[in-house]
Design a protein around this ligand. Structure first.
Ligand SMILES: Nc1ncnc2c1ncn2[C@@H]1O[C@H](COP(=O)(O)OP(=O)(O)OP(=O)(O)O)[C@@H](O)[C@H]1O
Length: 250
């Protein structure tokens, strides 16, 4: 469903992604792990155009977001086509990125109203259902500043889901949270996984990678070193670089 091929990305001559290729299939929950600075977040951000790639291709549900042209340069789809493709991907950030001046419910209804042209009345039942799903219906009228980090992140997940994406991209969704608040966010993500949402999750949470992900991807120094079913990844891993990373993490 999402095919990334030979993604290259440099910042000021610093090659951060070196021909990274990955397929994410419908219903798959993929955890991307690896040392700090290995390029995990950059890769995720390249998938949905938060970073502009230097070369490579990204195809979402058969639609080409970006490809490499004959001159070897990345060429993005025309604006309207690109927007339609990007709408298929929901994104959850480490820092939540909620609109501080909007209530919880308005954070959720904003994009469907602005982007899809729905009325508030049309989107409201769905928004309330999503808030119920993440356990925050009673906070509908609260403002983000009054929420805990875990609650903010659950609102951010509901907000992304309101656009009915085909795939959810999570960029270290629990890294900014106090340890006692990570569980509630991981539970929401586990619930999504059980509902077969396609998910790509950059994470330092080995418990999530081990217990919830179907596939674990290991990145190091801008390269994809391994992509394996989660159980095999943790049980049979013999790659010395991965072994030493896991020994430090677990
Ligand atoms: N906008 C940017 N400008 C310059 N360098 C950047 C930028 N974004 C990322 N980098 C660099 O790219 C490299 C990879 O960063 P990235 O955040 O993708 O790593 P990561 O594996 O997600 O790390 P972490 O686990 O610490 O979040 C790092 O060396 C980082 O400093």
């Amino acid at each position: 469903m999402v095919q990334a091929r030979d993604i290259c990305k440099a910042f000021n001559g610093n090659e951060v992604l070196k021909r990274v290729s990955l397929d994410i299939h419908k219903g798959e929950v993929m955890a991307v792990i690896g040392p700090s600075g290995s390029g995990k977040s950059t890769f995720l951000r390249c998938l949905n155009h938060l970073e502009v790639i230097d070369s490579g291709s990204v195809v979402v549900e058969g639609q080409t977001l970006v490809r490499t042209n004959a001159q070897g340069q990345a060429q993005y789809a025309p604006e309207a086509q690109m927007r339609a493709i990007l709408r298929r991907m929901g994104m959850v950030f480490q820092g939540f990125n909620l609109f501080p001046h909007l209530s919880v419910i308005d954070n959720i209804t904003e994009a469907p109203m602005v982007v899809k042209g729905l009325t508030r009345e049309q989107i409201m039942p769905k928004a309330q259902e999503l808030l119920r799903k993440v356990g925050l219906l009673e906070k509908a009228d609260a403002y983000p500043a009054r929420l805990s980090g875990g609650q903010k992140q659950r609102v951010a997940i509901a907000r992304a889901l309101a656009m009915e994406p085909d795939i959810m991209l999570f960029d270290e969704p629990t890294s900014a949270l106090d340890p006692e608040l990570t569980g509630e966010v991981l539970r929401t993500m586990r619930q999504l996984a059980e509902e077969h949402m396609t998910m790509l999750v950059v994470t330092h949470e080995m418990g999530f990678a081990r217990e919830v992900a179907n596939t674990v991807v290991f990145m190091d120094q801008g390269a994809l070193i391994e992509a394996k079913p989660a159980r095999a990844f943790f049980e049979d891993c013999s790659h010395p670089r991965i072994r030493s990373f896991l020994d430090n993490m677990l």
